[in-house]
Design a protein around this ligand. Structure first.
Ligand code: ADP
Ligand code: MG
Length: 317
C-alpha cells in the first residue's frame, strides 16, 4: 500500500483471523488501486471537498479498513467506487479498469463485481419479498433462468451466512437487525462479487451480534477469497476483518499501514483518540473476535455503571 500519510512497516503480528491469501504479497497486482482521489460536493464557491487526495490499494483477497470519525469522508469513497458520486480528480482502477473514466456501457459488466453492504439493509430489502426471493433476485439478474437453480443457490447462500432453512420464506420485518444484515450480505454475495464494500455494516448491531457477523465475514473471506473495503468509525472492529487500515480525517489520510501496527503504535493523536474510543486495550491481546467483543461489552457495561454511580452521587450531594 502506498501512502500519502505516515506509514507503518509491514508486520507479521496479527490475530490470525485477518489472514492474507498467498497472492496478497508485495508485487501482486492489486484488485483495486485508488490514486489521488478527490471528491467535492457542490460546485464553484459552494464546493466542499469531502475526499482530498486519498490513495490506497487492496490486493486480491486482501482487506482494507477505512476508519475515521463521522463526516471524515468514508462513505464518499464508497459512493465514488460504485459511481453514486463522480470524483473531481484521481483514479480508481479496479482489475485494470479505471472506474472514473469508463462509460456507463463498459461499466455495466463490472457492476456486479463490486457490491455494497450498508449499515441497515432494511431500506434496500423489498418488504413484500421473502428472504429466498430477495437473495435469488441478483442470481436471476446474472442470467440464471432455472427457478429451481436460483432457489437452491439462494438457500445455500442463506445457509452460508448462518440463517436456518426456516428463514427462506420469511419477510424482512420477521427478522432481527443482525439477521437482516445477514440477508443483505447473502444478497450481495449472490451477485458473485470480487469486492465487498461494507459501509458501517455492523455498526447498528449490538456487540454480540456484531461479533457473529464479523466472524461470518472473516470466514467468507477465507473461503471465497473475497476482497473487502471495510468502512467503520470504530477502530476496534477492524482488527477482526482487516489486514490494513487507512485513517481518514476531514477527507485526508492521516495514517495508513498494517492493522496491527496502527492499532499498537498509532502515530497520530487523532488515531489514538479513535483507538481510545474503541476501548482498544481489549483488542491488543490477539483474542478471538467473539471474546474481544464480549470484553468490550463488559467494559461498556462497567463504564455505564460507573457513570450511573457518579450521577447518583451527584444527585445525592
Ligand atoms: P462519513 O461516511 O465518514 O461519515 P461522508 O462521506 O458521508 O462521511 O461525508 C463527508 C463529508 O461530505 C461531510 O462533511 C458531509 O457533510 C459531506 N457530504 C456528504 N454527502 C453530501 C452531499 N450529498 N452533499 C453535500 N455534502 C455532503
Ligand atoms: Mg458514512
Amino acid at each position: 500500500m502506498t501512502a500519502t500519510g505516515p506509514t507503518h512497516e509491514p508486520t507479521t503480528a496479527g490475530t490470525g483471523l485477518a489472514t492474507s491469501s498467498p497472492d496478497t504479497g508485495p508485487g501482486a497486482t492489486p484488485l483495486l488501486e485508488v490514486r489521488g482521489l478527490v471528491v467535492e460536493y457542490g460546485r464553484g464557491h459552494e464546493a466542499s471537498r469531502a475526499v482530498d487526495d486519498v490513495s490506497f490499494s487492496i490486493p486480491r483477497g486482501g482487506s482494507l479498513a477505512v476508519v475515521g470519525e463521522s463526516g471524515s469522508g468514508k462513505s464518499t469513497i464508497a459512493r465514488a467506487l460504485v459511481r453514486l458520486v463522480r470524483p473531481t480528480g484521481g483514479s480508481m482502477v479496479f482489475d485494470g479498469h479505471d472506474l472514473t473514466t469508463l462509460s456507463e456501457r463498459r461499466l455495466r459488466p463490472l457492476r456486479h463485481r463490486i457490491q455494497m453492504v450498508f449499515q441497515d439493509p432494511y431500506g434496500s430489502l423489498d418488504p413484500h419479498q421473502c428472504a429466498r426471493d430477495i437473495v435469488a433476485e441478483p442470481i436471476a439478474a446474472r442470467g440464471e433462468r432455472s427457478r429451481r437453480v436460483r432457489e437452491r443457490r439462494a438457500a445455500e447462500l442463506l445457509d452460508q451466512v448462518g440463517l436456518p432453512q426456516s428463514a427462506l420464506q420469511r419477510k424482512p420485518h420477521e427478522f432481527s437487525g443482525g439477521q437482516r444484515q445477514r440477508i443483505g450480505i447473502a444478497r450481495a454475495l449472490a451477485s458473485e462479487p470480487d469486492l465487498l464494500v461494507l459501509d458501517e455494516a455492523t455498526s447498528a448491531l449490538d456487540v454480540s451480534v456484531q461479533a457473529q457477523v464479523l466472524d461470518i465475514l472473516a470466514e467468507l473471506r477465507r473461503e471465497k477469497g473475497l476482497t473487502y473495503l471495510f468502512i467503520s468509525h470504530n477502530l476496534g472492529v477492524v482488527r477482526v476483518v482487516s489486514d490494513e487500515v487507512l485513517v481518514l480525517r476531514a477527507g485526508r489520510v492521516v495514517e495508513q499501514g498494517p492493522t496491527a501496527g496502527v492499532l499498537q503504535q498509532p502515530r497520530e493523536d487523532y488515531t489514538r483518540r479513535l483507538r481510545r474510543s474503541a476501548l482498544e486495550p481489549a483488542l491488543m491481546s490477539g483474542r478471538k473476535p467473539r471474546d474481544v467483543v464480549r470484553h468490550i461489552a463488559a467494559a461498556r457495561a462497567a463504564e455505564t455503571a460507573a457513570a450511573q454511580a457518579a450521577e447518583a452521587q451527584g444527585v445525592a450531594s
